[in-house]
Design a protein. Structure first.
Length: 224
């Protein structure tokens, strides 16, 4: 009897996991293509093949909870890539190299997007969320709790001691927007079958590293 109960529970758990993954995938695609505000939980449930329109609420709670679950799904592998890069950088002569720290900022995202294959929706999803005041903190402020990301920001700052805290904060925002929205533009072009900038995510990463390094090294014009 105990064995049958255990088997039944495992089967229910598997079904729930499959349903949750279907909801996450459907929501990510719809949010990426239409924006978070424009998409209802009912539309997500229908796109995920769920007859019960309350499936999103049952499995995830509020729309904010759903957005956070999608972000967390991608943040974990991105974080792992960044932690590995940071550890390697700290153990090498690259710890004093500006470009190496910028690579730790860029490569985890572009490598993750490459691993997702085509189609993918994460870059467009994140870009949509970053521009929505209701969900901005999920992608931006929550990310700043990442120890490896803090290490990257500190590494870049050590390479540019002459910059004030104000200018560093400004350029952090600029670099984040450049990275996320450029990735979203490339992902969008790939999904549409259009001519995408750069031949691969690897090349895209290299070009964005070039651009972000240039952004950080740009002169600072005194206020008038």
């Amino acid at each position: 009897m105990t064995g049958r109960v255990t088997t039944a529970r495992a089967a229910r758990s598997d079904r729930a996991s499959t349903t949750q993954e279907a909801i996450l995938t459907a929501a990510e695609r719809l949010f990426a293509e239409h924006g978070v505000f424009a998409v209802s939980n009912r539309q997500v449930s229908e796109a995920a093949g769920q007859g019960n329109n309350a499936a999103v609420g049952y499995h995830f709670g509020t729309k904010t909870d759903l957005v956070r679950a999608i972000e967390q799904k991608h943040r974990v592998p991105i974080e792992q890539l960044r932690e590995d890069m940071v550890a390697h950088t700290l153990k090498s002569d690259a710890a004093a190299d500006m470009r190496s720290w910028v690579a730790c900022l860029v490569r985890p995202l572009t490598d993750h997007l490459s691993a997702l294959g085509n189609p993918s929706w994460y870059a467009r999803f994140a870009a949509q969320v970053m521009t929505d005041p209701a969900y901005y903190n999920i992608v931006v402020k929550d990310a700043l709790s990442s120890e490896s990301l803090v290490q990257v920001i500190e590494g870049i700052s050590r390479c540019l001691p002459e910059l004030t805290a104000e200018v560093r904060a400004e350029r952090n925002v600029m670099a984040r927007n450049l990275l996320m929205h450029t990735c979203a533009d490339r992902e969008r072009a790939i999904a549409a079958g259009a001519s995408a900038p750069w031949s691969s995510w690897q090349v895209a990463g290299t070009r964005m590293i070039d651009a972000v390094v240039g952004l950080w090294l740009a002169p600072v014009t005194p206020d008038e």
